[in-house]
Design a protein around this ligand. Structure first.
Ligand code: NAD
Ligand code: AHE
Ligand code: ZN
Length: 375
C-alpha cells in the first residue's frame, strides 16, 4: 500500500514529505494506522547524525498511537480495531531479560531493531526499489506502520490518541525513571537537569511520589514556570548563579539537620555528559543516586573521580523509564484518564505531518515542550 511519510534521507537534513510503499504484516506482525505521534529529542538526536546507531534513509518517530488495521498470521494478543501504542522497548515475556525480572530491556528483537529492519531481517518500507530503514522498531512518522506483535501495548478505546501518544516515550520515561528506576521515597530531595519533554515528566513523577524538594535546572528561564506548573519547588539557571553548579546545589540541599548537603536523587534529562557529571556529584555522600536519561552522541563519554562512587554515590541509567511496555503502558493511560497525571498542557504544539519540520525548529528554539503530529 502507499502511505504518507516524513523520510530522513540523510543525516542533518530536513525530513522529506513523500509517499512510500508499505508491505503488509508478516507472521507475528500487525499493520497499525497511526493517529498521532509526538516528536522526541531522540528523533532529533538521530536525525542530526549524532546517533552512532543512526541509519539512513529512515522513517523516524517512536512516540505514536493508533489502531490495528490488520493482524498477520499467528498474531493472537491483538486484533483488528484494537487501539495501541507502539513500543520501542517491546515486552516478549520469554527472553532471558524479560524472565530475569531485573530489567525492562527485552532482547527478543533488539538486534534487528538496531539494524533498522523487522525481526525477519527485512524492511516493510520502500520508495521504488530503495528500501527505507525502520526506526527504533516503530517508525511513527508515517500514517501507517508495521510492528511486531510484542511491540504494541493495547490501550483503552476512550483515550485520545493525540495525547496518549506521548505515553509512548516521554511520559513513561520521566515518570518511570522516578518510580521504577530510582524508586524515589516520599520527602526526598531531588534535582532534575533539563526541563523539557522528559524532565517535566520526571517532575510530575516526583510530585506523584511525594518528593520533598524538587529542584529544576535549565539554561532556559522560560522553563521556570513550566517546572513550577508540575511541582518544582526551586529553579536554578546555571548561567545566572555566578558560581559552580555542583557546590551551589549541594548548598541548596543542606539543612540544619544535615550540613553535608547533596540530593537524594538526581536525573539528567538533557544528554550532556558534563551535566551528567554534575548530576552525579550533586548527590549526597553515602547514598545519593543519579539517573542518566539523556542520550549522548557518538564518541561522548562520562567521567568523574572514582572517589565520587567510593563515597557511596550511585550512577544508574534508565531507558523507557524502566517500564515493561505491554504491562505498564495501559496502566499509565489509565492514570491519565483518571486525572492522576497530566499530559495536555505539555503538548504545546500540534500540526499535520506536512509541517513536521516545524516541530524540530520549535524544539531547537526552546519554544515547545512536546509537538504532536495529528494524522
Ligand atoms: P527537550 O529538548 O524537550 O528538553 C531538553 C531540555 O534541556 C530543554 O529544556 C533545554 O533548555 C535543556 N538544556 C539544554 N542544555 C542544558 C544545559 N546545559 N543545562 C541545563 N539544561 C539544558 O528534550 P527531551 O525530549 O526532554 O529529551 C531529553 C533527553 O532525554 C534527550 O537526550 C533525549 O534523547 C533523551 N531521552 C531519553 C529517553 C530514555 O529512555 N533514556 C527517552 C526519551 C528521551
Ligand atoms: N542509539 C543510541 C541509544 C539511544 C538510547 O539509549 N535510546 C533509549 C531510548 S531513547 C527514547 O527517546 C533506549 O531505550 N535505549 C535502550 C536500547 O536498547 O537502545 C546510541 O547511543 O547508540
Ligand atoms: Zn523518545
Amino acid at each position: 500500500m502507499q502511505v504518507r511519510a516524513a523520510v530522513a534521507l540523510q543525516a542533518g537534513k530536513p525530513l522529506e514529505l513523500t509517499e512510500v510503499t508499505l508491505d503488509g504484516p508478516k507472521a507475528g506482525e500487525v499493520l497499525v494506522e497511526l493517529k498521532a505521534t509526538g516528536i522526541c529529542h531522540t528523533d532529533e538526536f538521530t536525525r542530526s547524525g549524532a546517533d552512532p546507531e543512526g541509519l539512513f534513509p529512515v522513517i523516524l518517530g517512536h512516540e505514536g498511537a493508533g489502531v490495528v488495521v490488520e493482524a498477520g498470521p499467528g498474531v493472537t494478543s491483538v486484533h483488528k480495531g484494537d487501539h495501541v501504542i507502539p513500543l520501542y522497548t517491546p515486552e516478549c515475556r520469554q527472553c532471558p531479560s524479560c524472565l530475569s525480572r531485573k530489567t525492562n530491556l527485552c532482547t527478543a528483537i533488539r538486534a534487528t531493531q538496531g539494524q533498522g529492519v523487522m525481526p525477519d531481517g527485512t524492511s516493510r518500507f520502500s520508495i521504488g526499489r530503495e528500501k527505507l530503514h525502520h526506526y527504533m522498531g516503530c517508525s511513527t512518522f508515517a500514517n501507517f506502520t508495521v510492528l511486531p506483535e510484542i511491540a504494541v501495548a493495547k490501550i483503552r478505546e476512550d483515550a485520545p490518541f493525540d495525547k496518549v501518544c506521548y505515553i509512548g516515550c516521554g511520559v513513561t520515561t520521566g515518570i518511570g525513571a522516578v518510580i521504577n528506576t530510582a524508586k524515589v521515597t516520599p520527602g526526598a530531595k531531588c534535582v532534575v537537569f533539563g526541563l523539557g519533554g522528559i524532565g517535566l515528566n520526571v517532575i510530575q513523577g516526583l510530585r506523584l511520589v511525594g518528593a520533598g524538594m524538587i529542584i529544576g535546572v535549565d539554561v532556559n528561564n522560560a522553563r521556570k514556570q513550566w517546572g513550577e506548573r508540575f511541582g518544582m519547588t526551586h529553579f536554578v539557571n546555571p548561567n545566572e548563579i555566578g558560581r559552580d553548579l555542583v557546590p551551589y546545589l549541594v548548598d541548596l540541599t543542606k539543612s540544619a539537620a544535615d550540613a553535608i548537603g547533596g540530593a537524594d536523587y538526581t536525573f539528567e534529562c538533557v544528554g550532556n555528559v558534563k551535566l551528567m557529571r554534575a548530576a552525579l556529584e550533586s548527590c549526597h555522600r553515602g547514598w545519593g543516586e543519579s539517573v542518566i536519561i539523556g542520550v549522548a552522541g557518538s564518541g561522548e563519554e562520562i567521567a568523574t573521580r572514582p572517589f565520587q562512587l567510593v563515597t557511596g554515590r550511585v550512577w544508574r541509567g534508565s531507558a523507557f523509564g524502566g517500564a515493561r511496555g505491554r504491562t505498564d503502558v495501559p496502566k499509565i493511560v489509565d492514570w491519565y484518564m483518571d486525572g492522576k497525571i497530566e499530559i495536555d498542557p505539555m503538548i504545546t504544539h500540534t500540526m499535520p505531518l506536512a509541517d513536521i519540520n516545524k516541530a524540530f525548529d520549535l524544539m531547537h528554539e526552546g519554544k515547545s515542550i512536546r509537538s504532536v503530529v495529528i494524522y
